[in-house]
Design a protein around this ligand. Structure first.
Ligand code: ADP
Ligand code: ASP
Ligand code: MG
Length: 460
């Protein structure tokens, strides 16, 4: 491990405009006074990835001028953070170059009449390539050595476009060749998050919100001492503060707790980040770019379990698929077949329950997958399944729960007392999470009931 090395990741809001970028840069320079070697990973400016995806899809039927104009405005404004006029003008020229490359790709899509996951990955890569360019120039303009780096040169993945899997060994080799020399020369590398490339040089991405994961990948291959995820809230809270106004900051979490929270929808950290950090036991701090809060520390430690339930997470836009009416003994076979097919199609099954007496099987999938699931099931189970749309999953997470009886009962009662119907319940195999599926319109009520049952000051 390199005692003097830290990886900092800034999210979309943290680089959202020139003012926010200024705050992010202050944090980078402060970190440089604490650590000899600082590696920075950035997201695209907030909203830009969505804009690019939309541009890619709509390029099929319309010319991209509107989007290009919006992108130009956002990135030109961000350049206001570069104090030196010459460096600023040069950066603007480079932005123009990149945007005309993008225009060519979008125009190509219009004429060819096809947009593929591969071309979408190429298109979204512009977001991070532009934000890193601007921030590294702004740092340079403050006379601190810095270089922007396209992680497609380093992060090697398979060709599973839009959600690629990383080859850590090859990535390590590339990072040694490309990043280590910069750190030796005291240069701060400003690296694109979210982006990788296949062995053949095709651009890939690591899944939405994947810059957190990129930070953990770099920390892993560069053997950093810590990862700091810099975002727009003080750290991981007892619930999404946008939903529960009493939500409070959690000072520590275990990797497992953070993983379950992230998996079940707490957007503040991408689930794969934990997996990567755990490989070498690297602590993660989740902190606020805009405040001096100490943040949340995520490690393998289980201490600090003053509460059995630590946090609530929720996942919207889910659907339940119910398969009905198979005789006892047949269920295992049915489940095996269904799940094998789903795996082949890479459909993410978020929760499963089986009512063994009637041999019914229910599972939860993201709503966007319902069409695929229906196609798969229609072949064999054509009249025996039912789909419930507009479902939300609400989960409570905490390592302390597994040793305490009655947590599930309290959880389900809290929801039922508010007149909310449980559509499906499950206690994950890790015993760190308990989940309930409810109708989307009941979600807010359910979350508030659960928060006051387990996480209000008086109910510990
Ligand atoms: P970034 O752009 O920095 O990656 P994200 O928008 O991806 O930031 O994640 C931060 C957001 O996650 C917060 O603004 C907050 O609304 C949301 N969030 C959801 N659950 C939680 C939670 N338990 N604690 C803190 N924030 C949460
Ligand atoms: N810019 C990417 C996204 O919006 C990655 C990230 O922000 O982490 O999904
Ligand atoms: Mg994020």
């Amino acid at each position: 491990m390199n005692e003097n090395r830290v990886v900092l990741k800034f999210g979309g809001t943290s680089v959202g405009n020139s003012e926010n970028m200024g705050k992010a840069i202050d944090k980078i320079l402060k970190a440089k006074t604490q650590y000899e070697e600082v590696v920075v990973v950035l997201s695209a400016i907030t909203g830009v990835t969505n804009l690019l995806i939309h541009a890619g899809r709509s390029a099929l039927y319309k010319k991209p001028q509107d989007t290009l104009l919006k992108l130009k405005e956002k990135h030109y404004e961000a350049c206001e953070i570069i104090p030196d006029t010459k460096i600023k003008m040069q950066t603007i020229l480079e932005i123009d170059d990149k945007l005309s490359e993008l225009e060519k790709i979008l125009t190509g899509i219009y004429y060819v009449g096809e947009v593929t996951p591969r071309s979408l990955d190429y298109i979204v890569s512009f977001g991070e390539r532009l934000s890193t360019l601007i921030v590294s120039r702004a740092i340079k303009a403050r006379s601190v050595k810095s270089e922007h780096i396209d992680s497609a040169e380093i992060v090697i993945t398979d060709e599973n476009f839009v959600n690629a899997n990383v080859d850590f060994e090859k990535t390590q080799e590339r990072a040694n060749g490309r990043i280590e020399p910069l750190l030796k020369q005291d240069i701060i590398p400003i690296i694109t998050g979210f982006i990788g490339a296949s062995k053949n040089g095709q651009r890939t991405t690591l899944g939405r919100g994947g810059s957190d994961y990129s930070a953990a990948i770099f920390a892993d291959v560069l053997n950093a001492k810590e990862i700091w995820i810099m975002t727009d809230v003080d750290g991981v809270m007892s619930c999404d503060p946008r939903l529960v106004k009493d939500a409070y900051l959690l000072h520590d979490l275990s990797y497992l707790e953070a993983m379950e929270l992230a998996y079940f929808g707490a957007k503040v950290i991408h689930p794969k980040t934990l997996e990567a950090a755990m490989r070498k036991n690297i602590p993660i701090y989740i902190k606020n770019t805009f405040s001096n809060s100490k943040g949340t520390l995520v490690t393998s430690a289980k201490e600090g379990q003053e509460r059995k339930v630590k946090s609530i997470s929720l996942l919207t836009d889910a659907s339940i698929i119910e398969i009905k009416g198979y005789g006892l003994g047949k269920t295992t076979k049915v489940m095996k077949e269904i799940f094998r097919e789903m795996e082949e199609e890479q459909i993410n099954i978020m929760m499963v329950t089986q009512g063994s007496s009637q041999a019914n099987v229910s599972f939860v999938v993201p709503s966007e997958e319902v069409k695929n699931v229906k196609n798969l099931l229609a072949k064999e189970y054509y009249d025996r399944f039912n789909v419930i749309n507009n479902v939300a999953l609400v989960s409570i997470v905490g390592e302390g729960m597994s040793q305490t009886a009655g947590m599930a009962a309290r959880f389900f009662n809290a929801v039922a007392d508010k007149g909310v119907n449980n559509l499906m319940i499950s206690q994950g195999s890790s015993e760190v999470a308990i989940n309930v599926a409810v109708r989307a319109e009941d979600m807010q009520k359910a979350v508030q009931a659960i928060h006051s049952e387990f996480l209000s000051a008086e109910n510990e």
